[in-house]
Design a protein around this ligand. Structure first.
Ligand code: NAD
Ligand code: ZN
Ligand code: ZN
Length: 403
């Protein structure tokens, strides 16, 4: 393996300006980290280098493409499955040749939050705030993205999930590739919404996260899982993999739910959408018409609040902006609905590592065909820009980039 300074380069998907991703050449990673802007690299004896087998495109990458903090040329992506090629001096559990799934959170394994399993909120890996993610820029810790031929994974003994059988992992690549983010995210959300045997569930969003969440609800024994979206193609696919669906934009959601369940509410609701930009009446400088200014709003979340039964629970894996320091985006959350029904809420970045062992077992031993559920589709790394565009336009596919 060639490290930086030796002149080696590799292909990677990089940020190319607002809304644009492209394949470019970047330096090969070495076993060293750059702790922050203007700070010299230092050795990363606790890390490993991984050669990519599969690296997925996520809805969160779409946020990064439109994030003001994204820097041209930075490597995108945070969902990686690959083969370990080089092992740092202090790594003991992971070996060269292992096939590994990289959880999307960068976690130190040593801080109080990591020790409590809250790897999505590690206190050491991001100077800006608790929690770090690969490929999202300085606000998320400045860690290089994973949509590249090779990547550095720090704190490898703690972070990496080693697949039990490398050959089997390669054969089931389109399932295994989803263990780094969306399957743990869907599962964490289902648990956060207290989904259990017999539960009825409404999942907002038929994107990859929504579908993975619906699969997780089924795994946890839900009696009925209803997926809602505006996207007809995604809903059609959701039906073919066995979920109930509701097409939004017409009748009120509780009425649509009542047509399926006989009652206008569910035990658990899960927002797999996050903030959506909407034209809002009274927004600064506009009248809220279709061409007026658009602000992030909690439309999907409010649907969820409206349909969860009193005493029920909801989870919010979909992303909502915290805003710049001191700012508090209004988002129009229907808090009165949450309060009056005494709904339990859970939210935030998933601690992906916590669930990988049990979910890998469900996939590899239990036959959970998660790749089929989310319509995982192999795409050559060189075609990443087109995959980003198709995904952004709502294609019913989870793109798995393969170098
Ligand atoms: P996606 O954009 O492909 O899917 C979102 C879907 O929601 C789309 O199909 C869209 O048509 C639909 N939608 C829009 N408004 C809706 C509404 N009001 N009700 C129902 N559906 C609506 O994205 P994805 O990859 O599935 O990711 C979904 C969200 O999860 C994103 O915000 C992503 O950043 C987030 N995410 C969070 C975590 C975490 O750790 N919490 C991990 C991965 C992804
Ligand atoms: Zn993701
Ligand atoms: Zn930590």
């Amino acid at each position: 393996m060639t490290g930086p300074g030796t002149g080696g380069t590799q292909r990677a998907v990089v940020y190319a300006g607002p809304g644009r991703a492209e394949v470019g050449r970047v330096p090969l990673p070495g076993l060293e980290v750059r702790p922050g802007p203007g700070v010299l690299p230092r050795r990363c004896d606790h890390g490993v280098l991984v050669r990519t087998l599969a690296t997925c495109v996520c809805g969160s990458d779409q946020h990064t493409l439109h994030h003001p903090g994204a820097a041209p040329g930075m490597i995108l992506g945070h969902e990686l499955t690959g083969v370990v090629t080089e092992v740092g001096r202090d790594v003991q559990r992971v070996r060269a040749g292992d096939v590994v799934s990289v959880p999307f959170n960068v976690a130190c394994g040593r801080c109080p939050n990591c020790r409590a399993g809250l790897t999505g909120h590690c206190l050491e890996t991001n100077p800006a705030r608790p929690g770090a993610t690969y490929g999202m820029g300085e606000g998320f810790g400045g860690w290089a993205g994973l949509q590249a031929e090779h990547a550095l994974v720090p704190y490898a003994d703690f972070n990496l999930y080693v697949l039990p059988d490398a050959d089997q992992a390669r054969e089931r690549l389109l399932d295994v590739a989803l263990l780094g983010d969306i399957l743990p995210t869907g599962y964490h959300a289902a648990k956060g919404a207290r989904v259990a045997p017999g539960s009825t569930v409404y999942v907002a969003g038929a994107g990859p996260v929504g579908l993975a969440c619906a699969a997780a609800c089924r795994l946890l024994g839900a009696a009925a899982v209803i997926v809602g979206d505006f996207n007809a193609e995604r809903l059609e696919h959701a039906r073919t993999v066995g979920f109930e669906t509701v097409r939004l934009g017409g009748a009120p959601l509780p009425d649509l739910v009542a047509e399926i369940l006989g009652v206008p509410y569910v035990d658990a609701g899960i927002d797999c959408v996050g903030a959506s930009d909407q034209a809002v009446a009274g927004a600064a400088g506009g009248d809220g018409g279709p061409d007026g200014p658009r602000v992030p709003m909690a439309a999907a979340l409010n649907d969820v609040v409206g349909v969860v039964r009193p005493g029920g629970a909801l989870a919010i894996p979909g992303v909502y902006p915290a805003g710049a320091p001191g700012a508090r985006p209004a988002l129009g959350v229907w808090l009165g609905g949450v309060w009056s029904k005494a709904i339990t809420v859970s939210a935030g970045a998933t601690p992906a590592r916590r669930y990988q062992d049990e979910l890998a077992s469900a996939v590899l031993r239990g036959g959970l065909a998660i790749g089929e559920v989310v319509n995982a589709t192999r795409v050559p790394l060189d075609d990443a820009a087109a995959a980003y565009e198709r995904f952004g336009a709502g294609a019913c596919e989870k793109y798995v980039l393969v170098p």
